[in-house]
Design a protein around this ligand. Structure first.
Ligand code: GDP
Ligand code: MN
Ligand code: MN
Length: 250
């Protein structure tokens, strides 16, 4: 497989045509996988906002106050309100806000960014990244798959990695169950999340700062054929950790 960083993409504005800028800067062929940073999808979808767009509720004020006493510096209740608005559920409130977004992704601060936000204060994640991915996929002139990525922290491990938050035209997983290991033992549980693995690989080329590389093309990655319609976000009944957090009182 090969990975190509797509250079030459400008600062994306609301309505910005991402497939146009990508195809202008790199020749695509059928079968390519295009990984796009959620940052620019958000920008093109008008999800860059100012804090003045948010009026804090009592809950947002109380979250900001508890952060103020933890951090010993002023915290903006309007940001807390943006996080609450973007969340269907708050799993941890301090010392950081762990949320489930309306589209099912669990992450800190509902994935709201304060860096690479263009001329606005904050950047909200796309409302429905898989829907965005499908829309983008249809605009390319080649038959490509699209994965929308974000940088995300992980429990148990230091450091953040690129993960997939939306996708179109590619299965989420490679199912190894029923295959064999080197000794001929049948694999019983391994389901490999290829979306996240490709997202992490692409994120190596994107970087996190001023590189200006919001898109990466993966070519010649033979993923065979796998079952479709898989999900990335666990359902509550399959999520032991989320259920434990529901019972957890800090
Ligand atoms: P996130 O991981 O989706 O939150 O995005 P990051 O803020 O980490 O940015 C990923 C990459 O996209 C970095 O190389 C940024 O410099 C780049 N980037 C962000 N916004 C833009 C933009 O509007 N235009 C270009 N060309 N690059 C951008
Ligand atoms: Mn981000
Ligand atoms: Mn990033």
């Amino acid at each position: 497989m090969e990975l190509f960083a797509v250079k030459g993409i400008p600062e994306i504005k609301p309505g910005g045509n991402i497939p146009y800028y990508i195809e202008k800067n790199i020749g695509l062929i059928d079968g390519d996988i295009i990984l796009i940073a959620s940052t620019i999808v958000s920008k093109s979808e008008g999800r860059a906002k100012n804090l003045s767009d948010f009026t804090p509720s009592e809950r947002a004020e109380s979250i900001a106050k508890s952060f103020e006493s933890l951090a010993n510096k002023p915290k903006d209740a309007r940001l807390a309100q943006a996080i609450l608005d973007e969340s269907s559920e708050i799993l941890i409130e301090t010392p950081f806000i762990l949320c489930r977004t309306h589209f099912g992704h669990i992450c800190v601060n509902a994935g709201i960014d304060r860096s690479n936000t263009g001329s606005h204060d904050i950047l909200l994640l796309p409302i429905d990244p898989s829907h965005s991915a499908l829309g983008l996929k249809k605009q390319f002139s080649s038959n490509v798959s699209v994965i929308i990525t974000d940088t995300c922290g992980r429990p148990f491990r230091y450091g953040q990695v690129g993960v997939a938050i939306g996708w179109a035209g590619i299965p989420a997983h490679r199912d190894w169950r029923g295959k064999y290991d080197l000794k001929g033992n049948e694999l019983e549980v391994t389901v490999q999340c290829i979306l996240d693995e490709l997202a992490s690989a692409a994120n190596l080329l994107m970087g996190e700062g001023d590189d200006g590389i919001p898109a990466v093309v993966v070519r010649d990655w033979d993923f065979g054929s796998f079952p479709e319609n898989q999900d990335l976000f666990r359902k509550l009944e399959d999520d032991v950790v989320r259920k434990a957090l529901h019972r957890w009182i800090p």
